[in-house]
Design a protein around this ligand. Structure first.
Ligand code: GMT
Length: 378
């Protein structure tokens, strides 16, 4: 198939999933065309992958450049030049609206589009009254809609009163790339005296509760020597840097900023912290699990479908820093328990969320959408 993929190319779960999906599809022989304002950060070039840049013009009359419109025109151009079979957009706003416009402009040629909902496009942005009607409209108008968890499907139906079918295709991880790495040199760089390493990876948005990561680490640190590695960047980074200094943790916390090959780092961690207020799925937790790292996450949203409490790690109520700290100390003070949980976490990740098992669901879904589009025109 020839597939056009649009996503946010910066660091964020939806962009990561879209990029990994495109690369997996290309590896399976499909031609994939990424259409966005910048190349997705995790994208590795390949002769089956093409990137098409959307250049937004800066006409002086515009206070805000109309990216949605420019994107729709680019989608149409790529669909025509590359003879795309379909568009697959990740994150409803504004990508689904652009795809809807592109499909209308392409008529009578068929250009079906699939919208994949990821989380905040429904729970925060889409829920905002100023976006709700257009989010609902573009979901209803899509030729196919997928959600990354059962939780998000339920939420989408509830918030938007959606009547059309929604397919749940979970997020996935490449289990060959994401695996345990014994890298003594890297470990020694952060933990020269063999201290356990805690890790966190996110886009540092308020919903991720990165300051809670520090609170949890502080509790651990009061009981035992330990190190914390933070990957990612975003709005809360300044607050986190300030808290690190205020708590006197500058020697124990490493702020790496945005990272490309996160599996290289995750593979040496002893515990992963994701104390979010809400995760529709929690991709970063899955990536850690695949690297044999137990996770402390929260009971909100879709994370309980990913992390099994007491098996792959522990789940606490959002903002329950004290319980998270207790569980962290429990895992880290008994290395054998942590390693065993890590092994179970990888087994679970492999069994339920391996790319080689999940990608065929997308391929089958594409075929169903294409067949339905053909029969609708017959
Ligand atoms: O807020 C984020 O974490 C970014 C957001 C996105 O769409 O870029 O992530 C969402 O999509 C990820 C990939 O499907 C999910 O793993 C995250 O759980 C989800 N984030 C939230 O629901 C907060």
């Amino acid at each position: 198939m020839k597939i056009g993929i649009t996503c946010y190319p910066t660091y964020g779960g939806s962009g990561v999933v879209a990029t990994e999906l495109g690369m997996e599809l290309a590896a399976r022989g499909h031609d994939v065309h990424f259409i966005s304002y910048a190349p997705p950060v995790r994208l590795t070039a390949n002769d089956r992958i093409t990137f098409h840049e959307v250049e937004v013009s800066n006409y002086p009359l515009f206070d805000h450049a109309p990216y949605t419109l420019t994107l729709s025109v680019k989608m149409l151009e790529v669909a025509e030049s590359a003879r795309l079979d379909l568009l697959h957009v990740h994150y409803a706003i504004p990508h689904s609206v652009s795809a809807l416009l592109a499909r209308s402009m392409a008529a009578p040629r068929r250009l079906p589009f699939i919208t994949t909902l990821h989380g905040t496009d429904i729970t925060l942005v889409g829920n905002d009254r100023s976006f709700l009607p257009i989010t609902r409209f573009s979901i209803e108008q899509s030729d196919g809609v997928t959600c990354i968890s059962n939780y998000l499907k339920k939420k989408t139906i509830e918030v938007f009163d959606i009547k059309r079918p929604i397919e749940v295709i979970p997020n996935f991880v490449n289990c060959d790339v994401y695996c345990r790495k014994d890298d003594p040199a890297l470990r020694a760089q952060w933990a020269p005296n063999g201290e356990p390493i805690l890790m966190h990876l996110s886009n540092f948005r308020p919903v991720k509760r990165v300051p809670d990561v520090l609170e949890i680490f502080d509790l651990v640190r009061s009981k035992m020597p330990a190190k914390l590695v933070l990957m990612g960047d975003g709005p809360d980074r300044g607050a986190v840097e300030w808290a690190i200094r205020r708590k006197g943790l500058t020697k124990d916390v490493f702020l790496l900023g945005k990272q490309d090959r996160v599996y290289e780092k995750l593979g040496v961690a002893d515990l992963f912290l994701l104390p979010s207020d809400l995760e529709a799925f929690g991709l970063a937790a899955l990536e850690a699990m695949a690297c044999e790292v137990p996770v402390i996450g929260t009971t909100a949203g879709g994370m309980p479908d990913v992390v099994e409490h007491g098996v792959d790690g522990y789940l606490v109520e959002p903002r329950d820093v004290a319980s998270a700290g207790r569980f962290a100390v429990e895992i880290l003070s008994r290395a054998d328990r942590g390693r065993e949980m890590g092994r179970r976490a990888r087994e679970d990740a492999r069994r339920r969320f391996c790319a080689e098992d999940v990608i065929p669901h997308y391929e089958a879904y594409y075929r169903r959408v294409l067949e339905a589009a053909v029969s609708a025109c017959a």
